[in-house]
Design a protein around this ligand. Structure first.
Ligand code: SF4
Length: 277
């Protein structure tokens, strides 16, 4: 068996930053709340909960005057206003790559551009981005979605974890049809690098194991890419690892999403290394 662990597997800059800011806040304050997940990984969120972080499902559930963490995926302008109205101490872990998109859509929406967001409509990052427009936006995830957009004067941004190739196809089609169009490349490098490395490694592998939370958009993208190239498995942790595919000469590649902690990757790698075929 030959085992390769992707160099880019595991925490990205934005996730490391969000966890570190949250841990500092938990050391400094007693009453720290988070509206939803800090990052899309249950193991990470459970660890923060054990250190005292309280998860609630709305800003209205955060006690007036206490501390609130803004997740790495960011929130809407209205939610930020609600925090201020409740006199909350806002501890913002929004990834700078996501904040940049908020600034772009706000500026262009104010200038009268129709905003097209390429991404998953339900994803918290996309919901947050749309909340910085003046309401003149559309979220699309395929070429067909372009038909329902106003293409007179359009500003295009993408969810940071979009599949690079799919994004390019959609952007090219918008450019062909729009009268006035500005496009911002907002897919983050962490995503691009992972997807690029995975494509190279998967081509040379018999089997790919992607480790990540099922709610993690970038981990799901990695799995989609991997299974398009060779047999693959998407697992959250070692308990889900199915070794039935193993053969003596199997070439395995291990990749992990940007919110997957190193300890979960190490457990899987150790198990594979110890496995006798
Ligand atoms: S994947 Fe990119 S945008 Fe998302 S948190 Fe990480 S660095 Fe930031």
């Amino acid at each position: 068996m030959e085992l390769t662990v992707a160099k880019t597997a595991g925490f990205c800059f934005g996730v490391k930053r969000a966890i570190s800011i949250t841990e500092e806040a938990l050391e400094k304050y007693d009453n720290v709340y988070s509206v939803g997940s800090i990052v899309h990984n249950k193991f990470v969120n459970n660890g923060l909960s054990e250190k005292g972080l309280v998860f609630v499902d709305g800003i209205d559930k955060v006690p007036v005057g206490s501390n609130v963490i803004i997740r790495a995926h960011g929130i809407t302008a209205k939610e930020l206003e609600d925090c201020q109205k409740r006199n909350l101490n806002v501890i913002d872990t929004t990834c700078p790559h996501v904040k940049r998109i908020h600034d772009i859509v706000k500026e262009h929406s104010d200038k009268g551009y129709f905003i097209i967001i390429i991404g998953d409509e339900q994803h918290p990052e996309v919901v947050g981005i749309s909340g910085w427009t003046n309401g003149n936006f559309k979220v699309i995830n395929d070429i067909q979605g372009i038909d329902s957009c106003n293409l007179d004067k359009v500003c295009v941004v993408s969810q940071t974890t979009m599949n690079v190739e799919k994004n390019e196809l959609i952007v090219n089609e918008i450019k062909k049809n729009a009268k006035d169009c500005v496009v911002f490349d907002t897919i983050c490098h962490a995503t691009e690098e992972r997807q690029k490395e995975l494509k190279t490694l998967a081509k040379d592998a018999d089997y790919v194991i992607v480790i990540g939370d099922k709610t993690s958009a970038n981990s799901n993208r990695l799995y989609e890419i991997a299974k398009g190239i060779c047999n693959s498995q998407f697992i959250e942790n070692i308990d889900e690892l199915d070794l039935n595919f193993l053969t003596e000469s199997c070439k395995i590649c291990v990749m992990a999403g940007a919110s997957t902690p190193k300890c979960l990757i190490d457990e899987v790698v150790d198990k594979l290394e110890q496995k006798e075929v």
